[in-house]
Design a protein around this ligand. Sequence first.
Ligand code: PHE
Length: 456
Amino acid sequence: MAAKRDNFGSHFAAIMAMAGSAIGLGNIWRFPYVVGQNGGAAFIVVYLFSAVFLCIPIFLSEALIGKRTQLSTFGAMEALAPGRKWKWLGFLTVFTPLIILSYYSVVGGWSLEYLLKALSFSFTSADVTQEGLSADFSGFISSTWAPLFFHTVFMLINAFVLMAGVKGGIEKFTKITTPLLFVLVVVIMAYSMSLPGAGAGISYLLKPDFTKLTPYSVLSAMGQAFFSLSLGVGCILTYGSYLKKDSDLLTTGLSTSLFDLCFALIAGFAIMPAVFAAGIEPGAGPGLIFETLPFIFSKMGAGMPVVSGIIAIIFFITIVFAALTSSISMLETGVAYLVDQKHLARGKAIAILFTGCWALGVLCCLSFGPMADVKILGLTVFDLCDKMTANFLMTFGSLLFTLFVGWRMKKSDVYDEFTNGGSLRTSVKVFGFVYFLIKFVAPVVIGVIFITTLVM
Ligand code: PHE
């Protein structure tokens, strides 16, 4: 059985780590562009429904397994369900985050490049135009060496942080940067909504047109909700294992989910009005924020270029850190497996996983340039890694976690862990409802959407 690993020290730190894992590029980069690709408000309605009725039960299921066993994914499965059957859920949770990391790191690299641009105040000069920004971005991602370089740097930072341990460095930093990012997104939202022509973007986000929804876009909305909360891949389970035995799962789950959800919505309202104001196509894809944020900064710059230049710098620094707190949780899940189960030294485990993720990341990176024509199932390598994980593997992992807690674990054990032996009053009151969501609602809804998409 796996040994208990390094701990976060306090309950607050564990919640910060979960929020740090949840809040990342998913909220600020991925959410606005998948909303744009899937028709706007109707997509958001499905996203909200998934966040409340599916994400919270899945989050609670994963964290509950971790807290109950105080072990990482494989050890936890082995402790609660000895035998072979559930082990491959353990494998899924090791591989999925690594695939995500490989393309996540490419976007992390783009953020680093944009941070450098912000540092040279290149968004605030008077001659910035939207066409110029879009052309710059496409030129950058389709080139060969620069994106590869930044992808490599981003991966290396991850490796260094994990070598040093999570406790001292990044956790302390994110306690400051995550709230700061929040404040900055609100400022940018207010500014973006005041731009001429922003109204069309606001109604795009608020007026649902359900005829635009296809089974695939429903799956994408659900997948985005899971992606944003880091569900179905064992990260929340692993971090849950760092929770103290007397901590309150319900409060932890609700606060993390709410924080994450608000963040995504605010980011949507910060980006989409500016997209419309700038005349960019909302379905433009993964480049959306890199084309619109600089546009916002350049507009803000009129009259006060230094202030907007500094906001741009702080903004991209916090984006890079938000990305890092998520990406280290992906790598850590795999490292924990190799250290706990395969008894590898931490450095060796990191080196192996680094190499694999970096190599796959290279293919993702090149899929915007020299490998743009290499398509698998009609998708570039980058899109394939993204869609395969967010829409399928994470959804599948989430389904299995709820089935595990709802049908494999004893109800009395679930009750005991959820309510801390009946001592948490609110948790006792809502247990029946939460258990119903875990046992029936989540698996049935996920299963039906999953199968419908596969069949149609
Ligand atoms: N939740 C993270 C984000 O929104 C992404 C993530 C996915 C992190 C899976 C860990 C595991 O950016």
